[in-house]
Design a protein around this ligand. Structure first.
Ligand SMILES: Cc1ncc(COP(=O)(O)O)c(C=O)c1O
Length: 356
């Protein structure tokens, strides 16, 4: 079949607008011949477990799933009793972008907290970490953090350790949404285990899809004491793949080697390039009225545009409003973003803002 879409069109809407990395497609094809036992009893999932131990430590257990929302819901469910609640940032994906899945599919109460940059701190967590033993209050038993965050910022290992220490002292677990874990590894220039297992995180997800997979995510239990019944919950929540070898093959393509890192480094570098070119335009006066609203530490750039510019810029490049009421927008780069895409985007921004 020939493509049904214009393959020359690219944008900055999301890292899941991009296609699949060729090595991932090859890995799927390579896994295709013959028969393998279904539901995870296959050679690819077994090897993935070994590879995950290399990244996250020998105690880590990996559970491949289909998508990030499912990874979050199943992972959190495994950490909570029926009366449990999750402390998270107001911008957390589980709170802002999952259609209420944690509440609806899992009955989990969320306790969201406003943050300046998408990152929680012990002081912020303290706003909702109280009331244990009070039968009137959903019990705050897990802290959810996102690495890299929904606002494109990255926690340092020390910041994570401060959160895990705070949480564990109060017998709370720590769940890390790693839909963009690779982008954080690239930013920090650290092995995946250094800011997850070694920083005291209990359960982390690994996002393959935004990093070049077709549709592959995983839940990693780093401390078995913090999670229970995950295999049963994955089935209940419809996240158990029958032909799991193909999900695992995608994750292997990324993690059995350094493709996850190369893809993330590239996406981050493109976001840094986009920001620096915009800043150069602002400095030389060719771009007017644009200001940045967050640090650019991973693969997303947040900016505020003059009124009317976002819609006109979107005629050439797709991207989303972040906060339409303030004119804040989000630009995301992918493993396949090209510097020519950035150049064309910045040139169009210059043209539109100088005539705005
Ligand atoms: C921080 C974060 N978590 C999880 C997800 C996964 O969502 P999905 O269910 O679309 O795979 C996303 C995707 O946008 C995300 O940004």
């Amino acid at each position: 079949m020939s493509p049904l879409h214009d393959t020359s069109v690219r944008g900055f809407a999301s890292d899941n607008y991009s296609g699949v990395h060729p090595d991932v497609l090859t890995a799927i094809a390579d896994a295709n011949d013959g028969h393998q036992v279904s539901y995870g009893e296959d050679a690819y999932t077994a090897h993935l477990q070994e590879v995950c131990a290399q990244h996250f430590g020998d105690a880590a257990q990996i559970f491949p799933v289909f998508n990030g929302t499912g990874a979050n819901v199943v992972g959190l469910l495994s950490m909570l009793p029926r009366w449990g609640a999750v402390v998270c940032a107001k911008t957390a994906h589980i709170h802002a972008d999952e259609g209420g899945a944690p509440e609806k599919a899992a009955g989990i109460k969320l306790l969201p907290i406003a943050t300046p940059d998408g990152k929680l701190t012990p002081d912020l967590i303290a706003e909702e970490a109280w009331g244990w033993g009070d039968e009137h209050r959903a019990q705050p038993l897990v802290v959810y953090i996102t690495q890299s965050s929904e606002l494109g910022t990255v926690y340092t290992p020390d910041e994570i350790r401060a959160i895990t220490d705070y949480a564990h002292e109060r017998e709370m677990g720590v769940f890390m949404d790693g839909a963009r874990l690779s982008n954080a590894a690239a930013r920090l220039d650290l092995p995946l285990g250094a800011f997850t297992t070694d920083a005291g995180v209990d359960v982390v997800t690994f996002g393959g899809t935004k990093n070049g997979a077709l549709g592959a995510e995983a839940i990693l239990v780093l401390d078995a004491r913090a999670s229970d019944g995950l295999i049963y919950l994955r089935k209940h929540q419809m996240q158990l793949a029958s032909k799991m070898r193909f999900v695992s093959a995608q994750l292997l393509a990324l993690l059995d080697g350094d493709l996850y890192l190369r893809n993330a480094r590239h996406a981050n570098a493109m976001a840094a390039l986009l920001r620096s070119k915009m800043e150069a335009g602002i400095a030389d006066g060719s771009i007017r009225g644009v200001e940045f609203t967050q640090r650019t530490e991973a693969n997303a750039v947040f900016a505020r545009l003059p009124a009317g510019v976002a819609d006109r810029l979107r005629e050439s490049f797709r991207f989303y409003d972040w906060d339409a009421s303030t004119g804040e927008v989000r630009w995301v780069c992918s493993f396949d973003t090209r510097s020519e895409d950035v150049d064309a985007f910045v040139a169009e921004a210059a043209r539109l803002t100088s005539s705005a």
